[in-house]
Design a protein around this ligand. Structure first.
Ligand SMILES: [Zn+2]
Length: 176
């Protein structure tokens, strides 16, 4: 799958938006700082749990509206969703491989806004807030295609730990 967004401007000012314009680096810090404050208040485990469930539900809601509106099904839903997420400036999401029939997918994230905004913190796997989206998406696809599967997703590699990019793994619940 080819990159969906140019990354021009990333080094100078931040990830590119859907229009190709870079996002000012200062703007990237706001959600990162907000995230740190809430995480410190609730505790990382509790906050991650809340975000996971909220993201899971939001992905399913998106599928109900957008996938149906565009007549998409199967992995095409996944790819379209990642394309839309990438246009929001949270990073560039791409499918490494996906097997909807078995509820498996690996998603690559380049230039995560959390890694960019919190690089100085050196937190481990700081992009966990995205994980619920991919499990919600995969479960919706399974139901939509008549092969329901319950999945979980977690970030298995993070740019915050010094890697070049982040990876999220979606797997059937029994497979994690
Ligand atoms: Zn990450």
């Amino acid at each position: 799958m080819n990159p969906q967004l140019p990354v021009k401007g990333h080094d100078e000012a931040g990830p590119a938006t859907g229009s190709g314009d870079p996002i000012p680096r200062a703007a990237l810090h706001f959600p990162g700082i907000r995230h740190q404050v809430v995480e410190a208040t609730l505790g990382r485990e509790k906050y991650a749990e809340i975000l996971y469930h909220a993201s899971y539900k939001s992905a399913r809601y998106w599928c109900d509206k957008e996938a149906v509106a565009h007549g998409l099904s199967g992995i095409a839903v996944f790819e379209h969703y990642l394309h839309r997420l990438s246009r929001r400036g949270w990073g560039r999401f791409t499918v490494i491989e996906a097997d909807a029939a078995n509820g498996c997918a690996d998603i690559r994230l380049d230039h995560s806004d959390f890694v960019v905004a919190q690089a100085e913190v050196c937190a481990s796997r700081i992009c966990y807030r995205f994980a619920g989206w991919f499990a919600g998406m995969m479960d919706w696809i399974g139901e939509d295609t008549g092969r329901p599967v319950k999945t979980l997703c977690c970030e298995t590699q993070c740019g915050g730990d010094g890697h070049d990019h982040c990876i999220f793994a979606v797997r059937p619940r029994s497979g994690i």
